[in-house]
Design a protein around this ligand. Structure first.
Ligand code: NAD
Length: 466
């Protein structure tokens, strides 16, 4: 129903894929009315039947795995291998949500007084919305959707306006699943106005958000001001600590895939490498990283030879190039220059490595969300931990080392929600919660895992005497 629309283009070829309607309050009203109409009855469906409906969703997504991965590549740009991984991770969340009967079982204590028993049950929150970013157009909606409906809620998805086709296809597949009644899952397109309408709508009980830090903060405060339960996952600046004793193969594979995979457009992207040790050890780590990075091939994500895909749009490339220039103006050394002509659609940018940045400079502290890696140096692990923990973000952090003692020290002291040891992109499997600390997260309950079941249910405690 929206009058205005945005162009959605393939980031590698520039092909026009769709015009995305910029919906506002009227479309949100309609979606909420449909969701409220469906929510009551869906909540009364047996948890076993809801589990089977989610299991059916798992089968349907599995049957369309390759189609969805190709859609992710066309619309968002990432390599097909990466897109397949993303779709696999999304399906994993659906599998985790199938555990619902076990997790939803309540607690009880009988005989707390003469003839008195106490029982805790969990009930759905009602109508819930998720607002998702462009960088994982299949996986992130699936961090929320399967748990929300498994627990008996109606779910409204507002995908990123930059690449909504995968979400649209997933919702279309759900429309074909008999076990999931109409209105239980719906989709609203749009951007800021649609988000504002969702946050203020009295018919929405809970909001899940993933996106940049500033928007996450805005969403968390606005949703809370309107009496909603909210979880808002924000941006990141993830540090990778490279100890001098790191296994060179594990370290270079981990650092390069983390910094440059998906062109740095991941919330778990490692965008700062802290080289630890004596100056000659730091230099050796730098040379290893540079040599491995020079091997990476930049190009269309649909080409199997490509390691580094285009950015999501030419505008994103221009923004990242400006960040590189700012860092150079600030005195950084350009250890590897990835700037190039931008490719067919003007969105390509090669891996860029900046050395010598001050620890508190913008390129070390702020998210760039592109294929840009800043190198900083620390004489020993303590100094590295101090440097990492001074950041405003705390999404993920990684250490590469062959010392169990260093790894143990790091994992216990680092301020981050997700930590990797000798693993570049340490994304927890779906049975564990996913979220960061500090400015990377607003809320209490994380995405995925048990937290998801908690977020989408309200607890009720019943005390009875018979
Ligand atoms: P974004 O914040 O621009 O957009 C996210 C969503 O918010 C979209 O649906 C968009 O339409 C909406 N939105 C954007 N600006 C808004 C505004 N002013 N008011 C209301 N709604 C608005 O984020 P993006 O560029 O799509 O995604 C990249 C960001 O997401 C990065 O910062 C990345 O770190 C972060 N991210 C975080 C995680 C995590 O787990 N913490 C995961 C993936 C991405």
């Amino acid at each position: 129903a929206a009058a205005e629309s945005l162009e959605d283009r393939n980031p590698a070829t520039g092909e026009l894929l769709a015009r995305v309607p910029l919906s506002g309050a009227a479309d949100v009203d309609e979606a909420v009315a449909g969701a409220r109409g469906a929510a009551g009855e869906w909540a009364r469906v047996s948890p076993l039947l809801r589990m089977r409906a989610v299991f059916r969703l798992r089968e349907v997504l599995d049957e369309h795995r390759e189609e969805l991965a190709r859609l992710v590549t066309r619309d968002m740009g990432k390599t097909l291998a990466d897109a397949r991984g993303e779709v696999g991770r999304g399906i994993e969340s659906v599998e985790a949500a199938c555990g619902l009967p076990h997790v939803l079982k309540g607690e009880s204590l009988s005989g707390v007084a003469q003839g008195v028993d106490v029982e805790l049950i969990r009930q759905p929150v009602g109508v819930v919305a998720a607002i998702t970013p462009f960088n994982f157009p299949a996986m992130i909606p699936l961090w929320f959707l399967p748990y929300a409906i498994a627990t008996g809620n109606a779910f409204i998805l507002k995908p990123s306006e930059q690449d909504p086709l995968t979400s649209e296809r997933i919702v279309e597949l759900i429309d074909g699943i008999e076990e999931i009644p109409a209105g239980v899952v719906s989709l609203v397109h749009g951007a800021r106005a649609a988000v504002g309408a969702l946050l203020e709508h009295p018919g929405i009980d809970a909001v899940s958000f993933v996106g940049s830090a500033a928007t996450a903060r805005f969403v968390a405060s606005t949703a809370a001001a309107h009496g909603k339960r909210v979880q808002a996952l924000g941006g990141a600046k993830n540090a990778m600590v490279v100890m001098a004793d790191a296994d060179p193969g594990l370290m270079t594979a981990g650092v390069t895939s983390s910094a440059f995979g998906a062109a740095g457009q991941r919330c778990l992207a490692g965008s700062v490498a802290v080289l630890v040790g004596e100056p000659d050890e730091q230099d050796r780590s730098r040379e290893l990283i540079l040599a491995a990075t020079r091997e990476l091939v930049v190009g269309d994500g649909a080409d199997p030879a490509t390691d580094v895909c285009p950015l999501v749009s030419p505008a994103a490339r221009e923004r990242v190039e400006r960040e590189i220039e700012l860092a150079l103006d600030g005195g950084c050394e350009l250890a590897l220059d990835g700037r190039r002509d931008g490719g067919r659609a003007g969105a390509e940018l090669g891996p860029t490595i900046l050395d010598g940045a001050a620890p508190d400079s913008r390129v070390v502290r702020e998210e760039i969300f592109g294929p840009v890696l800043a190198l900083v140096r620390a004489p020993h692990l303590d100094a590295a931990i101090e440097l990492v923990n001074a950041a405003r973000y705390g999404n993920a952090s990684v250490i590469f080392t062959s010392s169990g003692g260093s790894a143990r020290e790091y994992r216990s002291r680092v301020q981050a929600g997700m930590v990797g040891v000798n693993i570049g992109v340490a994304a927890p499997i779906a049975w564990f919660p996913f979220a960061g600390w500090k400015d990377s997260f607003n809320g209490d309950l994380h995405a995925n895992g048990r937290d998801a079941f908690e977020f989408y249910t309200r607890r009720k405690v019943i005390t009875s005497r018979w």
